[in-house]
Ligand binder design. Structure first.
Ligand SMILES: Cc1ncc(COP(=O)(O)O)c(C=O)c1O
Length: 403
């Protein structure tokens, strides 16, 4: 079955009782039993629910895994993996530029509980080999990364991690299973912030864990029920609906991102463009090897001041200034003041997250409208036209904001 066919058919037969081609939302907390303990496989919705089960079946198939558990957010999904596999005294190795929410979860929640967090540059495989010498329980990475879209070699990382006996977790949120299949590249577990491209319509917060095999999945499945961070049946239904167009949306997102990246490259007010599809991107060759497309996100560094970057992101017509990404409507964000504000300023500087780094999440609007919007925003800077936002943004980046 091809990917697009799976998004519509995997785990989603017509509803057997009525023939409805779209199964209803099983908006119920509990299920009538025929006798004590005698039921049709469902007893309480925290434990299992038919709508959630359909979603878990399709996500497992799309990622090429055996089992999936969905959660009330991407971070709840991450928490379940960490609780399952990271005990006091255990080490986790993560890239230096791991997503801000993961950084906060590790340093503010798991480190105080006794976990050891080692941050390494994953583009330096020798440094990674040295780091795994301590025998970590987990090696965790994203690729492409948020927001600089760096690309790490998943197959090489998995080989090194496995040689030290670690499990490999890949956050596949940016690529989605349409463009990248980490389990086939050697990962043991995939996490998804379903909130982003999978749900795709900016109306659902959700996460998922997909495991290569049942044994690795088992403790995560147990914790889905024991911790209880499950999504509502309605949210699962919305995601099932969103996923049906995943392939179509991802193709358009990537087309838009690529067109914007090319336009930015040629602009004098742009210092640097981050898009894995550009031949000049340091991870381009690895991206070509492990991805079937370069994804829908593009970031760039403005040649200017924080004030100008704030004015630019606040002035666009089709890109709403907001957190999140991966939706049908375009979004823009200034990471130093928004998504990555919880990372201390000095750490951000080390990571190359400058105050004028701008992240664009092109939606599925027409490419010419989006390119025109971005170029018009840059043009306004050239001619000194700023919005009221420039006054707001005089404060330095970096007050820790916990979103
Ligand atoms: C790469 C990545 N992983 C995980 C998350 C967390 O997901 P959620 O916001 O659904 O908890 C995000 C959120 O922005 C993300 O960008």
């Amino acid at each position: 079955m091809h990917f697009a066919t799976k998004t519509i058919h995997a785990g989603q037969p017509s509803e057997p009782n009525t023939g409805a081609v779209v199964a209803p939302i099983f908006q119920t907390t509990t299920y009538q039993q025929e006798g004590p303990g005698e039921h049709k496989g469902f007893d309480y919705t925290r434990t299992s629910n038919p709508t959630r089960k359909r979603l878990e079946a399709v996500l497992a198939e799309l990622e090429g895994g055996t089992k999936c558990a969905v959660f009330g957010s991407g971070l709840a999904a991450e928490n379940a993996i960490l609780q399952a596999y990271l005990k006091p005294g255990d080490t986790i190795v993560v890239p230096v530029d791991v997503y801000g929410g993961t950084f906060r979860l590790l340093h503010k929640v798991f480190e105080p509980l006794g976990a050891i967090v080692e941050r390494v540059d994953f583009s330096d495989l020798d440094a990674l080999k040295r780091a795994v010498a301590v025998g970590p329980k987990l090696v965790w990475l994203e690729s492409p990364t948020n927001p600089r879209l760096l690309v790490y070699d998943i197959e090489a990382v998995a080989r090194i991690a496995h040689s030290a006996g670690a499990l490999v977790v890949v956050d596949n949120t940016f690529a989605t299973p349409y463009f990248q299949q980490p389990l086939s590249l050697g990962a043991d577990l995939v996490i998804q912030s379903v909130t982003k491209y999978l749900a795709g319509h900016l109306d659902v917060i959700q996460g998922a864990v997909i495991a290569k095999d049942e044994k690795i999945f088992e403790p995560v499945g147990f914790l889905q029920n024991a911790l209880g961070g499950v999504p509502s049946p309605f949210d699962c239904w919305l995601t099932l609906r969103g996923i049906k167009t995943l392939e179509l949306r991802m193709e358009r997102h990537a087309q838009n991102a690529s067109a914007i990246a090319e336009a930015l490259l040629a602009h004098p007010r742009v210092k640097r463009v981050y898009y894995p599809g550009l031949a000049s991107h340091p991870g381009h060759e690895v991206a070509k090897k492990q991805m079937t497309g370069f994804g829908g996100m593009v970031s760039f560094e403005l040649d200017g001041t924080l004030e100008e970057a704030s004015a630019f992101v606040s002035s666009l017509t089709y890109f709403a200034l907001g957190e999140s990404l991966g939706g049908v409507r375009s979004l823009v964000c200034l990471p130093c003041k928004m998504t990555h504000a919880s990372i201390p300023a000095e750490t951000r500087a080390e990571l190359g997250l400058s105050d004028t780094l701008i992240r664009l999440s092109p939606g599925v609007e027409h490419p010419r409208d989006l390119v025109g919007d971005v170029l018009a925003g840059l043009e306004r800077l050239e001619h000194g036209g700023t919005s009221a936002a420039s006054a707001v943004s005089k404060a330095p980046c970096g007050e820790p904001v916990l979103q």
